[in-house]
Write a protein that binds this ligand. Structure first.
Ligand SMILES: Cc1cc2nc3c(=O)[nH]c(=O)nc-3n(C[C@H](O)[C@H](O)[C@H](O)COP(=O)(O)OP(=O)(O)OC[C@H]3O[C@@H](n4cnc5c(N)ncnc54)[C@H](O)[C@@H]3O)c2cc1C
Length: 325
């Protein structure tokens, strides 16, 4: 058994207990969301002691060097002196410049950061409601093409942050955002490689950003974007994607709905996974981007791997929340 030191107090850790769990158990208000080492909402700093490498996975080298770590995946093997992070160091304000519904339950939010904000389309930011409550949202905009940040936010029944963003936030308001992170973005290394981007719901946000970025960087291989939805009205960027397919011969749009009558291509009722295996029948040399609903992303990933895709060619962002873990 080991312990942490927090606010000058020793807190014992059970075997396999994380720093986050021990602090929450003691009643400390530590920001957290996914509890899976993804969202980076629970970032803390170690002042003394060894941080396990797993607790720093996905952090920028500059943050690692300063002892930052993710409390939800930190199970120290020896005493660790920790503190909460100075929120002003990691967050910066951004002004809401657009707040419009794309479709029922899907908000298009555009933000103008107060200072230079570097990111890659497809990465995600943390958007904070206050000092403790923050959630991840993927970047649909492309820094080189757009002068603001674009997010697609689905309303989740009883969801704290998504309902706040839909109902209370308005144009002119300021929100705090935290630096972009994640590995799900376009890499220009193999311009001739075929790419397949698939996701459901607002999983489309990172995918359209990645597709636009790939086209901007002159990708030559085919780019197939598959958007899965419950019904036709949920295909909230249908016209935009149809136009992209007309403008760029190598860009192909496929839509998939569960409930619909009288549909015509590119909309299909075939299950998303079936569409994927039809488009990428021999997936070994393809590159894949999979985003959105966590169980669906994980199933797509597993099936593609079984079908012969290489894990190094699969980039994914499952939209996990604490209850998925
Ligand atoms: C890397 C990453 C990127 C993300 N990008 C986006 C994005 O671009 N657009 C977007 O709309 N969301 C995105 N999300 C999801 C987002 O971070 C929040 O989880 C979501 O908005 C719900 O937050 P909330 O505070 O409204 O709901 P909460 O108050 O956290 O949850 C309320 C209830 O809804 C459940 N719940 C939470 N999230 C979901 C979900 N996605 N589906 C079904 N049930 C859920 C919870 O388990 C809980 O029971 C992303 C998540 C991750 C990890």
């Amino acid at each position: 058994m080991t312990h942490i030191i927090f606010n000058d107090k020793h807190i014992d850790l059970e075997e396999q207990q994380t720093v986050l769990s021990a602090l929450l158990e003691q009643g400390h208000q530590i920001p957290n969301s996914c509890r899976a080492g993804v969202c980076q909402t629970c970032m803390m700093q170690a002042l003394e002691g060894n941080v396990p490498a797993k607790a720093q996975e996905g952090l920028k080298d500059t943050l690692k060097a300063q002892g930052y770590f993710l409390a939800c995946s930190c199970m120290p093997q020896e005493p660790l002196h920790v503190r909460t992070v100075d929120v002003n160091m990691l967050r910066s304000p951004a002004t809401v410049i657009e707040h419009e519904l794309f479709a029922e339950g899907v908000l298009h939010l555009r933000l103008k950061p107060s200072e230079a904000f570097d990111y890659r389309a497809g990465q995600y930011i943390t958007l904070w409601k206050d000092s403790v409550l923050g959630r991840n949202y993927s970047l649909a905009s492309v820094v080189e093409l757009d002068d603001s940040i674009a997010l697609h936010i689905r309303r989740i029944p009883d969801g704290v942050i998504s309902n706040w963003l839909h109902d209370e936030i308005k144009v002119g308001d300021t929100v705090d955002i935290q630096a972009a992170t994640g590995n799900c973005f376009y890499l220009p290394g193999s311009p001739e490689q075929n790419m397949l981007l698939a996701g459901t719901g607002t999983g489309l946000a990172p995918l359209i950003g990645i597709a636009r970025d790939a086209l901007r960087q002159g990708h030559e291989g085919d780019i197939h974007l598959l958007h899965g939805a419950r019904q036709i009205d949920d295909l909230y960027l249908h016209d935009t994607l149809m136009n992209m397919a007309q403008e760029h011969p190598q860009f192909h749009y496929h839509a998939n709905v569960l409930q619909a009558e009288n549909i015509t291509p590119p909309i299909s009722k075939n299950p998303l996974m079936q569409q994927i295996s039809e488009v990428a029948a021999e997936p070994a040399d393809w590159r894949f981007y999979l985003c959105g609903d966590a169980p669906i992303v994980n199933t797509m990933k597993r099936n593609l791997f079984i079908a012969g895709a290489s894990m190094t060619n699969i980039y994914s962002d499952p939209f996990v929340s604490a209850n998925d873990v």
